[in-house]
Unconditional design. Structure first.
Lengths: 235, 391
């Protein structure tokens, strides 16, 4: 039954469930979820808090493993992989953009952007080039030696986006990317994410904000661990 | 992730928290400082004593004659004859010593008057500054001549030339024929406050019969043992098997006693060092555990963007290793400084050994690895989602 997905399907999740044990009860955070993301998609997953969207994001981001079901990522079944292998997949396939930016405060912008490349084993010289290139894409090439505290919220999020882009992963996974920003900067960052999508990056965005999700090409609603797809707007 | 990168990360982390890093290292610093300084002082003391013993010559033997009753003694010429019968003897000097009053004009001094022969100069490494040393003919004809030690000469004569002058030793006139070069002190007392006279004259002067001490120098250090055996046999024959009448002392016996003392000292120091480094290691582990808790979120971020267990483990292990290694280096530096300070302040001899320094350094690095293992493992085992959720 494990049919290999076609090549332009980056993510293929099939009948995936995630259960937590709490007290004597089993809590179904994800219940029989099926989802496909194609190359170049811009998918928004929207749902209220407690709906299971964080769990879904953790599973998609390979930070957590599902209890049952299949998860194919870029042609590889990863739901049964071990920690170290998952770390490698996170490093190569997924660019994380977190709500709280999650930059290392002691490192400068360029050092933050270099981190995923360090763990990939890219040699120092090439690593610097790629990091500067990624920072140039987000328009921060003149801020590369600034520490996060010396940057505004919007700039910090752009450094985080540069870090996600640096390794050139097939998928960008954004978890409430505008959650910690004011409306204006939030809009800027969303505009930027849309631009990246236009350039061909596949984006999965998780939010509870309707205005944010409306900017995506495709919206999927999650409630009580179940998915409910809306009609695709861009075909 | 390669090691160079891990080292850079560790340096950055240590530098970003300078005071805490210093306090963490303090245990190791104190331990290593104590070891380096104490060992330097201990080895310095051992070395200076050893050198004093060795300056007497490792191939030097001392024969003490206690005699059997008052009659059975050993005459000086019998003693010298031992040199012919026992193989491997280079110099042999019978000695009769007494502390006596030596007078020149109105100046008088109590020094050790040594009655001996020509070989004494070779054995004690005396050099003649002016005039001549004792000769065999002086002994044969009971010459009343004296050779003065450098201090005795200046004490009695000041800047005047003593050669050809007469000194009174216990009232008897002795002609000064030579003055010795300065030699300095040894464990046996000053070598320059002496008056040397022919052994035969000394026996008459002190109204004693026979020699009490014989200095013997073997040709090589290797021959010393066979010379001891030979001497003991001859002496046993001379005293008709009464082994209590004589005793042959070997310098190497004294040396081996010394080295066993210094070995015990080193062991005691190693024990102290071990305990203080253990305490330092626990300090490092404590801070590393706090650090892991504090940096849980950082660990989560690193793991989320692709750090493997091994990467995190290496990062924290290298950090604790660098802390303890740096503590070791600082301890070595402070220890060397402290030992040098003590040596200038109290005039103590110090001796640094590269071995001890290297061992201290590698031991402190090993402490870092050992006590860093538990915190590093704790960090590496954190789950990324839990770590990311922490504040």
């Amino acid at each position: 039954m494990a049919s290999k997905p076609t090549t332009d399907e980056l993510i293929r999740i099939k009948q995936l469930s995630k259960n937590y044990r709490m007290g004597g009860e089993t809590l179904k955070a994800l219940d029989d979820v099926t989802l496909t993301v194609r190359q170049g998609d811009f998918l928004a997953i929207i749902g209220p808090s407690g709906s299971g969207k964080s769990t879904l994001m953790n599973v998609i981001g390979c930070l957590d493993t599902p209890s049952s079901g299949e998860y194919w990522l870029d042609g590889e079944e990863i739901s049964k992989l071990r920690d170290n292998k998952l770390a490698e997949i996170r490093n190569r396939k997924i660019g994380f953009i977190f709500q709280g930016f999650n930059l290392l405060s002691k490192l400068t912008a360029i050092e933050n952007v270099e981190l995923p490349l360090i763990y990939r084993g890219v040699p120092s010289k090439l690593r610097k080039q790629q990091a500067i290139e990624a920072l140039r894409k987000v328009g921060l090439e003149d801020r590369i030696h600034h520490r996060p505290v010396e940057l505004s919220g919007g700039q910090q999020q752009r450094v985080a986006i540069a870090r996600a882009l640096a390794g050139n992963p097939p998928i960008l996974l954004a978890d409430e990317p505008t959650g910690a920003l004011d409306t204006k900067t939030g809009k800027e960052v969303m505009g930027f994410i849309k631009e990246l999508n236009a350039l061909g990056h596949t984006i999965v965005l998780i939010t509870h904000d309707l205005a944010v999700s409306e900017q995506a090409k495709r919206v999927v609603r999650i409630k009580d661990g179940r998915l409910d797809e809306e009609e695709g707007r861009a075909g | 992730m390669n090691f160079l990168q891990a080292f850079k990360m560790a340096i950055k982390s240590i530098l970003s928290n300078k005071l805490r890093s210093l306090l963490t290292m303090l245990g190791i610093i104190i331990g290593v400082t104590a070891v380096i300084a104490l060992v330097a002082l201990g080895q310095g003391a051992t070395k200076s004593v050893t050198e004093q013993v060795q300056s007497l010559g490792t191939n030097l033997l001392t024969v003490n004659i206690t005699g059997r009753g008052t009659t059975s003694t050993m005459k000086a010429n019998e003693a010298v004859a031992l040199g012919e019968t026992v193989n491997g003897i280079k110099y042999i000097a019978p000695v009769t010593t007494s502390n006596s009053n030596v007078k020149y004009g109105t100046t008088s001094k109590t020094v050790s008057v040594v009655g001996t022969n020509a070989d004494y100069a070779m054995i004690k490494d005396y050099k003649v500054a002016s005039g001549r040393f004792l000769a065999q003919i002086d002994l044969d004809v009971y010459q009343k001549i004296a050779v003065l030690g450098s201090t005795t000469a200046t004490d009695l004569f000041g800047f005047a030339d003593p050669l050809g002058e007469y000194v009174l030793i216990q009232g008897t006139r002795y002609k000064v024929v030579g003055v010795l070069e300065e030699k300095g002190s040894s464990a046996m007392g000053s070598n320059d406050e002496v008056v040397l006279i022919p052994e035969t004259s000394a026996e008459r002067l002190f109204k004693s019969k026979g020699v009490r001490t014989i200095y013997v120098q073997s040709e090589t250090a290797e021959q010393t043992d066979s010379v001891v055996t030979g001497l003991e046999k001859q002496l046993s024959d001379h005293f008709r098997g009464n082994t209590d009448s004589y005793r042959v002392f070997n310098q190497s016996d004294a040396l081996s006693a010394l080295s066993s003392v210094s070995a015990t000292l080193t062991l005691a120091l190693a024990g102290i060092a071990g305990i203080s480094l253990l305490v330092g290691g626990i300090g490092i582990m404590n801070i590393m555990l706090v650090s892991v808790t504090e940096r849980t979120r950082e660990i989560g971020i690193r793991k989320a963007i692709g750090a493997k267990k091994r990467d995190i483990l290496t990062q924290f292990l290298i950090e604790s290793m660098m802390l303890s290694g740096l503590g070791g280096v600082l301890g070595i530096g402070i220890g060397i400084g402290a030992a040098k300070g003590a040596s200038t302040a109290f005039g103590m001899d110090i001796e640094f050994s590269a071995n001890i320094i290297l061992i201290s350094f590698f031991f402190s690095v090993a402490i870092g690895v050992l006590f860093g293992m538990f915190p590093a493992n704790k960090a590496a085992k954190l789950k990324p989602i839990d770590a990311l959720r922490s504040e």
